[in-house]
Design a protein around this ligand. Structure first.
Ligand SMILES: Cc1cc2nc3c(=O)[nH]c(=O)nc-3n(C[C@H](O)[C@H](O)[C@H](O)COP(=O)(O)OP(=O)(O)OC[C@H]3O[C@@H](n4cnc5c(N)ncnc54)[C@H](O)[C@@H]3O)c2cc1C
Length: 270
């Protein structure tokens, strides 16, 4: 099948991109890497009137460092992050990125595109929630900063308005004594996860985010000794599907969470 007809705009500034989206009255869609959107268009699961291609906007192509954070612009490719020092400065990114699809997809797909797409089984939304990353959303009224933990509103649903662009995501840099863990189970490497976990341990406390276990990433923060099998089971909020039942996902998630918390704790105390 082919995509339904659409108009194409390639703005050179964020203001122009926002104006294009606003002009379309809700009928526009941003395209960045196209790795999720193009298949959606080809299957006619979406029929946007105009595609707003943000790849011509120079200011969105940068990885910037600030005081204690790294900020990844909207068109920075996943593979570029993987190969940049930022994947060591934000170790969870370095641990998670090799799990995102395949290298060829990552050479086009963007970090921000994955966040905006909000697949419940995707790795990068979980990393953003685990690290309490902040997203910059820019629309006609200006920019606003939204915590990743508030951004995901359901499967493929986010806080992004129809005339807003996700312009950047800001991750905290690792501190001394931080430990991280990341793991997932998928049928084949590169498939979306049946269940997965991102872990950050600091000073005896853990931030734990599960993915593939609900309609959005699920985060809990607790003392290391407060992580119980009941808490892990309660995080898995799905009826199951053709790929895995709820009980099976609970079992996978518990094994992954316990293993990765142990790994992160070892790294934190090394
Ligand atoms: C075979 C295959 C396997 C894959 N496996 C995985 C996997 O294992 N894990 C995983 O996480 N992903 C996987 N993906 C998806 C891939 O990671 C995509 O790159 C990613 O989800 C979307 O990034 P993108 O830049 O390509 O976004 P696009 O495809 O360009 O856009 C995706 C959606 O986000 C919106 N959007 C994009 N950027 C912005 C922005 N800056 N502001 C506002 N809205 C925006 C678009 O309008 C669209 O709705 C897979 C894809 C394929 C085709």
């Amino acid at each position: 099948m082919k995509a339904a007809p659409f108009a194409y705009a390639r703005p050179s500034t964020v203001d122009e991109a926002v104006a294009e989206l606003a002009r379309s009255g809700g009928g526009g869609k941003v395209i960045s890497g196209g790795q999720s959107l193009v298949p959606v268009l080809a299957m006619r699961l979406a029929r946007p009137e105009v595609l707003v291609d943000i790849n011509g906007i120079a200011s969105l192509r940068e990885i910037r460092r600030g005081d204690g954070f790294a900020e990844i612009g909207a068109t920075v490719r996943q593979r570029a992050v993987e190969r940049d020092a930022v994947s060591r400065e934000v170790p969870l990114l370095g641990l998670a990125l090799p799990w995102v699809g395949h290298r060829e997809l990552r050479s086009r797909g963007t970090v921000c595109g994955s966040l905006a797409h909000a697949d419940p089984a995707a790795e990068l939304p979980a990393v953003a929630c685990c690290l309490d990353a902040r997203l910059t959303l820019t629309g006609p009224a200006g920019s606003r900063s939204v915590a990743a933990r508030d951004f995901f509103a359901g499967a493929m649903m986010t806080e992004l308005g129809p005339d807003e662009v996700l312009t950047a995501v800001r991750f905290p840099l690792a501190g001394k004594g931080d430990g991280y863990g990341f793991g997932e189970i998928a049928r084949r490497h590169g498939d979306f996860a049946l269940a997965g976990v991102a872990v950050h341990v600091r000073e005896g406390r853990v931030a734990l985010t599960g993915f593939g276990i609900s309609d959005r990433p699920v985060t809990r923060t607790a003392g290391l000794d407060e992580i119980t099998p009941d808490l892990l089971a309660e995080m898995v909020d799905t009826d199951g599907d053709v790929h895995a039942s709820r009980d099976y996902r609970r079992r996978l998630f518990r094994v992954l969470a316990e293993r990765e918390i142990a790994a992160a704790t070892r790294k934190a105390s090394a």
